[in-house]
Design a protein around this ligand. Structure first.
Ligand code: NAD
Ligand code: GLY
Length: 353
């Protein structure tokens, strides 16, 4: 088992990564919370595969467990499901010392985290990521949210978990398309700050466990410095500004990771076109995304993405922080006015790389 400490201003906790950890869940929850009861939140697919084991482990440790199972998919990250979950917590008479456990991917984690952040002004929660994307990114760092019809993650809170328990065995059942979507976030970390990871991915000389560990270590460092997205953490949005617009425009038929892959390819093309990144490196990033079976072209033209981008919650004082690669392993935050977005989007369509 690998243990990575996360230290933020609001809380310190561990990310545990290893095979077979699901059976340690109950003991781990009892060790890091004062809970006597918990809601165990999951999606239908994950519940079928791992629900019983997780529940047994929690009950075995003496906890009273209330399973709450939602349909799979991004639609579950809604105000309606959030309200349902809060009502379940209340009807199970969860108190402020009890906790919530999120067993699943980013959708389950984001929804459960936000309910935990707000139920009785905040209770403990534990992340048990079962997708690659959740393991390397969404389960760590305390960003919790639900969507509005107008845009992604429009309602949320920073609320750190008490523990992240990643049983790598659970990733064995992940559908191929979901695994590929997770690789988009992995490639994001490589482009952001780790040329060595980029090279290992290119040569396919890296194990899944090493991938997760490398990404979580980078996220730990960034979140440790900037818990609430005031500066360095914004770098983690590489590919997301265009990506969220693509995801929204697709009506969530594209997976989050697929949309991020398109967003990353577009910002690399734009950076090359505008002279910030060499065309060779832009082509290398696009090539790596394609090698991992990810899409790299937006089916929608710039003007259709522009509208969706104007809703980005990261717009502040009339500017959006675009994350622009300068070389593989280094990116820059570029404050961009709404009037400049179209230029970046159009450059992102430039097919020369
Ligand atoms: P997801 O949670 O929708 O899960 C993907 C699919 O895989 C679902 O159908 C699920 O049922 C299935 N599944 C999950 N684990 C499985 C397993 N082990 N075996 C078989 N099937 C399994 O998708 P995701 O990619 O994990 O998360 C995407 C969400 O994460 C988006 O809403 C995105 O906005 C969010 N996100 C949040 C952060 C953050 O910092 N909070 C970061 C990145 C992404
Ligand atoms: N995934 C973006 C962040 O955690 O900040």
């Amino acid at each position: 088992m690998t243990v990575i400490p996360i230290r933020t201003d609001s809380r310190s906790y561990e990310v545990r990564i290893g095979a077979g950890l699901l059976d340690t869940l109950g003991r781990a929850v009892c060790a890091c919370t004062r809970a006597a009861r918990c809601v165990l939140v999951s999606g239908e697919n994950v519940w079928r595969l791992y629900g019983e084991r997780a529940e047994q482990s929690l009950r075995g440790a003496g906890l009273e467990v209330f399973p709450v199972v939602f349909p799979p998919g991004e639609d579950t990250k809604s105000l309606a499901r959030y309200g349902e979950l809060l009502e379940c917590m209340a009807s199970c008479r969860l108190t402020r010392s009890d906790c919530a456990v999120a067993l699943g991917g980013g959708v389950t984690g984001d929804l459960t985290g936000f309910a935990a952040a707000t139920y009785q002004r905040g209770i403990d929660y534990i992340q048990v990521p079962t997708t690659l994307l959740a393991a390397v990114d969404s389960s760590v760092g305390g960003k919790t949210a639900v969507n509005l019809p107008e845009g992604k993650n429009q309602v949320g809170a920073f609320w750190q978990p008490e523990l992240v328990l990643c049983d790598t065995d659970t990733l064995r059942t992940l559908p191929e398309r979901e695994l590929r979507a997770g690789m988009a976030e992995v490639i994001k970390y490589a482009v952001l700050g780790d040329p060595e990871l980029f090279e290992k991915l290119r040569r396919r000389e890296i194990s899944e466990e090493e991938i997760i560990e490398t990404c979580v270590r980078m996220k730990a460092e960034i979140v440790g410095e900037d818990e609430t997205d005031q500066g360095k953490r914004r770098l983690l949005n590489l590919g997301h500004s265009f990506g969220h617009a693509v995801e929204n425009r697709s009506g969530y038929r594209l997976l989050h990771g697929e949309a991020v892959a398109i967003g990353m390819a577009m910002i690399c093309r734009a950076a090359a076109h505008l002279g910030c990144l060499s065309p060779e490196e832009a082509a290398a990033v696009v090539g790596l995304l394609q090698a991992y079976g990810l899409p790299t072209e937006s089916p929608w033209p710039p003007e259709e993405l522009e509208d969706a981008m104007l809703l980005d919650k990261k717009f502040a004082s009339g500017k959006l922080s675009l994350i622009v690669p300068e070389r593989i392993g280094a990116c820059r935050i570029v404050p961009t006015a709404a009037s400049e977005l179209k230029g970046w989007l159009e450059a992102g369509y430039e097919r020369s790389v």
